[in-house]
Write a protein that binds this ligand. Structure first.
Ligand code: HGY
Ligand code: MN
Ligand code: MN
Length: 436
């Protein structure tokens, strides 16, 4: 006897619950207070007590919403809403709660709270899905502290190695593994837990766009096609520390002057019109001895090269190294190049994006397909299960700064799209699995 489809009907016939914007605003405010900075930004770095405090807060919110909560050995917090058919692969949604130093209050947090609001709405609607639903909060998505991004999602997808635990260090020289243990994680279990299509059928991430396209075009939703990859290198320029008054100009080996030439060279490489979607940034520089009356003897530059095209990404990174060596030779400075991290671009599966696109159409919400210049956990998760990303507009494209903001109305639209995408996916997968 054929079972009645136990999943929600197409949007036309089913309720369109209104996201509770007041609740979302209150939650955004509470997370904004964890690591709040003087100019209304947040600093919640990877594997610090503040990031863990944010995970403990979301765990409480998950339990309030009726989810069973667990924290895995890498600090990822996962809330589970059982489905009718235990044992089928789950539909997951979520994002991250760590930030860059003095970053924005929306990056990552919007995706986490959108997924939480969907769980609340399902509960208030009394809707039970066929598949289990996961709310996933990944640890350490930002590369700000250790140079390499998406450490929590890489840990569960087999892309983090035990070598990374000692090799990756922060500005104080603290190794990744040590920092993880310092906040109660168990990095030594790396490799034991690895997510696969048995666990997850799909992962959906709502995120702020962090650029200006949606706002410029007046579109409320972006559906992500490709996510840029990143190659990050450390350039160590060693000259000679000398007296800034007694040392004639022609005898100097000024490491900072060499670094300055390299920085402008990196910018010129990325600005080359033949590299359509390449971006390159020297976002961090350390100078020694950093004293007014000493010619700088050492400069360490961190370079972030990104592109949606993997060949261009790697060719540009190689040319950055060659440029640095040439400047070093000319200025009698020694140059060492260290690879910090290298992640390929990801193209998200069109079939999953198409389901989300049909949800937008049924909801009458305008959208556009677009690439993401920023990296995301969805790009990592996409290596093991199908992933989709839903962007909402960023005011003036501001992000990774206290000026980052998105309107509650736009956040609410992202919640609506996610809510109906989860239900549609639950229905489609159930029918495919012959459960419907
Ligand atoms: O840096 C990024 O691409 C992102 O914010 N993790
Ligand atoms: Mn983010
Ligand atoms: Mn970010």
């Amino acid at each position: 006897m054929l079972r009645e489809p136990s999943v929600a009907a197409p949007i036309g016939e089913q309720a369109r619950p209104t996201p509770n914007l007041g609740r979302l605003q209150a939650d955004l405010q509470q997370f904004a207070e964890l690591g709040a900075t003087a100019d209304s930004g947040v600093s919640r770095l990877a594997y610090t007590p503040l990031e863990r405090e944010a995970h403990q807060l979301i765990a409480r919110r998950m339990r309030d919403a009726g989810l069973e909560v667990r924290v895995d050995p890498f600090g990822n917090t996962i809330g589970v809403r059982p489905g009718r058919r235990a044992g089928t692969a789950a539909i997951a949604s979520g994002s991250h709660l760590d930030s860059v130093p003095n970053g924005g209050r929306f990056d990552g947090t919007v995706g986490v709270l959108s997924a939480l609001e969907v769980m609340r709405l399902l509960r208030e609607q009394g809707l039970e899905t066929e598949h289990p639903l996961w709310l996933v909060v990944f640890a350490a998505e930002e590369g700000a502290r250790f140079g390499a991004p998406c450490l929590g999602s890489k840990a569960v997808t087999g892309l983090l190695t035990s070598d990374d635990l000692t090799r990756l260090r922060d500005a104080q020289g603290i190794a990744l593994g040590e920092a993880m243990r310092g906040v109660g994680c168990q990095p030594e279990t790396l490799g034991r837990e690895r997510w696969s299509a048995r666990d997850l059928a799909a992962f959906l991430e709502v995120h702020i766009e962090q650029a200006r396209v949606l706002e410029t075009e007046g579109r409320p939703i972006g559906l992500v096609d490709g996510i840029a990859g990143n190659t990050r290198v450390r350039l160590i320029v060693s000259g000679r520390a000398d007296h800034s008054g007694a040392t004639p100009m022609h005898l100097r080996r000024d490491a900072l002057a060499a670094a300055a030439e390299i920085i402008l060279g990196v910018e010129a490489l990325a600005r080359d019109p033949r590299r359509r979607s390449t971006v390159a940034t020297v976002g961090r520089i350390e100078i020694e001895p950093n004293n007014l009356t000493t010619v700088p003897g050492r400069a360490v530059l961190s370079v972030d090269v990104r592109d949606i095209d993997s060949d261009r990404q790697r060719v540009t990174a190689r040319e950055v190294a060659q440029l640095a060596y040439r400047v070093g030779e000319r200025r009698a400075a020694q140059v060492l190049v260290e690879l910090i991290t290298d992640s390929s671009p990801a193209v998200l599966p069109i079939w999953l994006r198409q389901h989300v696109a049909e949800v937008c159409t049924e909801l009458g919400i305008d959208f556009r397909v677009m690439n993401s210049g920023a990296g995301h956990d969805a790009a990592v998760v996409a290596r093991v299960v199908p992933a989709a990303m839903v962007f909402i507009p960023s005011r003036d494209g501001a992000s990774h700064s206290p000026q980052e903001s998105s309107s509650l109305a736009d956040i609410g639209r992202g919640v609506e799209v996610l809510y109906h995408a989860v239900l549609r996916l639950d229905r489609v997968l159930a029918e495919l699995e012959g459960l419907g």
